[in-house]
Design a protein around this ligand. Structure first.
Ligand code: NAP
Length: 249
């Protein structure tokens, strides 16, 4: 799956699934744009991409900020003069009860990061993706289908993201642009720590049918497939990779 001469923008590329995905794209010859906030982590991913001879464009930006979203697209076009693939991966999780009094604040924070940013980046990137007949891959979650207890805002954001992706797929199909979703189950990343939960998925003892948790590269492989010409007939799909987590839900 060569991405030689392709320009690929990955949000949340400093960590976990986004980092693994960016490195896989670089390995396949893409010019990669890394978006995130943590400079130390971004530097590490930059070095990993560089081992494949690819020096990424790094954009330190907050995807929940409207101006930053415009800057992300403008800087990408200024550097590479085109965009072939947009991977909307940046996301946060928070836990808390509906009855605790904090749900509205949590909802606003999560929706701004996990959904509004994707709506805005999609609209800003679409004119460039139409020119290249490119595509978008959005990283949702099994939480868009099953409910995690005490995670109403997160689950709602992922259901909304999946639905928005379908709407984008329908509208952009007439311009030759595909839009797909990957919905992972549990994956070993920093997501719990970044949510203020000092645990790993091993501690949480989450049950999957295959009795395993994924590594970020497994999700990256699916993202690359969906972004490639091998998936030229696939749009509006929601590709679940969850070790069978949803089979018992
Ligand atoms: N891990 C799982 O089990 C799992 C399962 C299903 C779905 N997902 C989804 O996968 C995606 C990636 O998560 P992950 O598991 O890889 O977690 P992670 O290791 O915490 O990575 C999250 C990434 O999102 C970025 N990010 C968060 N808020 C941002 C903001 N406001 N502006 C810019 N970047 C922001 C982070 O960058 P900085 O830290 O540099 O800001 C980081 O690169 C998320 O959408 C998540 O919901 C994860």
């Amino acid at each position: 799956m060569s991405f030689k001469d392709k320009v690929v923008l990955v949000t949340g590329a400093s960590s976990g699934i986004g980092a693994a995905t960016a490195i896989l794209f670089a390995k396949e010859g893409a010019d990669v744009v890394l978006v995130g906030r943590n400079e130390t982590k971004l530097k590490k991913v930059t070095q990993d991409c560089a081992t494949f001879g690819k020096h990424p464009l790094v954009i330190k930006a907050d995807v929940s900020d409207d101006d930053d979203n415009r800057r992300i697209i403008n800087d990408t076009i200024a550097k590479f003069n085109k965009l072939d693939v947009l991977v909307n991966n940046a996301g946060i999780s928070r836990m808390g009860p509906i009855l605790g009094g904090q749900i509205t604040e949590q909802y606003d924070e999560i929706m701004k990061t996990n959904v509004r940013s994707v709506v805005r980046l999609t609209s800003l990137a679409a004119p460039y993706l139409i020119k290249t007949k490119g595509n978008i891959v959005n990283v949702s979650s099994v939480a868009g289908r099953a409910i995690f207890d005490q995670s109403a805002a997160y689950c709602t954001s992922k259901a909304a993201l999946t639905h928005f992706s379908r709407a984008s797929a329908l509208e952009l199909a007439r311009h030759g642009v595909r839009v797909n979703v990957v919905s992972p189950g549990p994956v070993y990343t920093d997501i719990l720590i970044n949510a203020g939960i000092p645990m790993t998925f091993d501690d949480v003892n989450i049950k999957t049918a295959l009795n395993r948790i994924s590594n970020p590269e497994e999700i990256g492989d699916i993202i690359l497939f969906l972004a490639s010409d091998k998936a030229k007939g696939i749009t509006g799909s929601d590709y679940v990779s969850d070790n069978g987590y949803l089979t018992s839900k």
